[in-house]
Design a protein. Structure first.
Length: 90
């Protein structure tokens, strides 16, 4: 994004495109990810990231959907992606 001298902004068309990165079941830097569909009609999903070293064998998708035991502590980070809607209203 480039700010013009008059205070307006010059945005590239690429900024308005929805760039999607797929989940990666192969660990990268000790982390793997998978998507959980919350509402199929609206396409709402949640991406889960898990530490690969905590699980000795690569789990199946069915194993990933099982709840963790109550003695396992994992960090939780919530990120809401605003996309162009948030950018255009700023």
């Amino acid at each position: 994004m480039l700010r013009r001298p008059d205070g307006t902004f010059n945005r590239n068309l690429a900024e308005f495109l929805d760039r999607k990165v797929t989940a990666n079941a192969n660990p990268v830097d000790g982390v793997f990810s998978f998507d959980v569909i919350i509402d199929r009609a609206t396409g709402l999903l949640c991406r889960i990231y898990r530490q690969a070293t905590a699980i000795p064998v690569q789990p199946s998708y069915m194993q990933l959907e099982q709840p963790l035991s109550s003695d396992v502590v994992v960090p939780v980070i919530v990120f809401f992606h605003g996309g162009s809607f948030a950018q255009l209203l700023c």
